[in-house]
Design a protein around this ligand. Structure first.
Ligand code: ZN
Length: 184
């Protein structure tokens, strides 16, 4: 296993549509190693999700795991571990919800983004079996944020106003006075 370097906004790989996996590719040793490396990389930096393009691998794989005590997102509830290949998102509830999102590829900054609050995600798991899950609330935002990475989209594209884009410590001050939630 190895920890990879996370590429940052401006790197062209983050703007590509990543390549889908074949079922055969998913079950190879190389892919197993890629998954392990991604978990190790995510844990090292304290993230709650990571997409393969963020370590400069332009392929449709993302992992998500909300630990019970996230330093970056202390209010976030713990989640299962998700390993998602070739995901497709269907919006189930058009009602939007907003969170202050962060991204390991956009360090030090946060932006307030509104997204649909309930979605269905179809994907292949690490054994190349088709799966379908419904996620809502904060987890729905985490999924949409991570899966956007597989299609060349960053959360900064979805901030409605530059006034809702700020440095982490300033957002922390803002949130300690008002009610709000964070994400990355
Ligand atoms: Zn991100």
């Amino acid at each position: 296993m190895s920890v990879h370097q996370i590429i940052k906004m401006g790197h062209p790989t983050l703007r590509l549509k990543a390549k889908a996996f074949t079922k055969k590719e998913i079950i190879t040793k190389e892919t197993k190693k890629l998954i392990k490396d991604m978990f190790q990389t995510m844990t090292k930096v304290g993230g709650i999700g990571l997409a393969a393009p963020q370590i400069n691998v332009s392929k449709q794989l993302a992992i998500i795991e909300l630990p019970s005590e996230s330093k970056r997102y202390p209010e976030a509830p713990a989640s299962e571990t998700y390993i998602l290949f070739n995901p497709k998102v269907k919006i189930l509830d058009k009602k939007f919800q907003g969170f202050w999102e962060g991204c390991l590829s956009v360090p030090g900054l946060r932006g307030y983004v509104e997204r649909p609050r309930k979605i269905e995600v179809s994907y292949l798991d690490e054994k190349a079996r088709p799966q379908k899950i419904i996620v809502e609330d904060f987890l729905a935002t985490v999924f949409q944020h991570e899966l956007d990475h597989l299609f060349g989209v960053l959360y900064v594209d979805k901030i409605k106003s530059t006034k809702l884009f700020a440095y982490e410590d300033e957002v922390d001050h803002l949130l300690s006075s008002k009610k709000g939630k964070l994400l990355d």
